[in-house]
Design a protein around this ligand. Structure first.
Ligand code: NAP
Length: 226
């Protein structure tokens, strides 16, 4: 009997990182809904991605409707829009796995670490959403430049932080489904360090003229998930 895959809502899925993640999961058979502040824009992006996929696997809805229609929510918006987007989907997120990709970048200086008032975007998300929502940090260090190319394997690891073991395991399974290695990197508070690595990578991109630098954890074999 084939397993039914959960529906994923990618909030901010009209953007670079969210669209690339939506494409990857839809390619692997997951039902995906792209959320946007504008449902028309979501539908247009979904149509564009479906053309690239060669199948109708992605739908587009307004953010709150997308979040309500999915079992798992992925949030991928600029930090400046983080709190207002969470407020718009808070009711629909209750009881669900909530994967937050947001990095608290300072748009005026995106290559220098910016620690927000609540220490981390993911920690702030958990405080805003309440206990019933299982917030997990993932993909902060994975560039859309690589993710969006379906014929290209993404040569980096994904650090996963969260306070709920089952939610982290579910997130790691979603990462493995798209051919990457998800690594349990500890409690949600460790997202402070993971989010802070992104401006470091953006600095490296500029300094060495590379696109989408990523990270690899050494010291254990690629398939060693003990
Ligand atoms: N790009 C990367 O390579 C990358 C890698 C790792 C992590 N991240 C993080 O992932 C998040 C999304 O990055 P991105 O590059 O995909 O961002 P983006 O393309 O600039 O924006 C993503 C989406 O956020 C929505 N949004 C909602 N409120 C907004 C506002 N006030 N201003 C602008 N956009 C708003 C927009 O969707 P609608 O207009 O349709 O609502 C937009 O398409 C960020 O926190 C970023 O730091 C990005």
């Amino acid at each position: 009997m084939s397993e039914t895959l959960p529906t994923l809502a990618v909030i901010g899925g009209t953007g670079k990182e969210g669209a690339a993640l939506a494409l990857r999961w839809a390619h692997k058979g997951y039902p995906v809904i792209i959320g946007s502040r504008d449902p028309e824009r979501a539908a247009q992006k979904a149509a564009e991605l479906n053309t690239a996929l060669g199948k109708q696997a992605i739908h587009g809805l307004a953010n709150a409707d997308a979040a309500a229609a999915a079992q798992i929510i992925v949030l991928s918006v600029p930090y400046t829009a983080h709190a207002e987007t969470i407020a718009a989907i808070k009711a629909a997120a209750q009881g669900k796995l909530f994967i937050d990709v947001t990095v608290p970048i300072n748009p005026a200086d995106y290559r220098t670490v910016h620690v927000p008032e609540g220490k981390s975007a993911c920690v702030e998300a958990q405080a805003m959403l309440g206990e019933s929502v299982k917030v997990v940090a993932a993909f902060q260090n994975v560039s859309a430049v690589h993710l969006k190319k379906l014929d290209h394997s993404v040569d980096c690891d994904v650090l996963v932080c969260g306070d709920d073991e089952a939610a982290k395991a579910q997130t790691i399974a979603l990462i493995e489904a798209i051919g990457m290695r998800g690594i349990d990197a500890g409690p949600l508070m460790n997202a402070v360090a993971v989010e802070a690595l992104t401006p470091v990578l953006l600095y490296i991109n500029g300094r060495y003229k590379v696109k989408g630098a990523g990270i690899r954890i050494t010291g254990f074999a690629p398939n060693d998930h003990a």
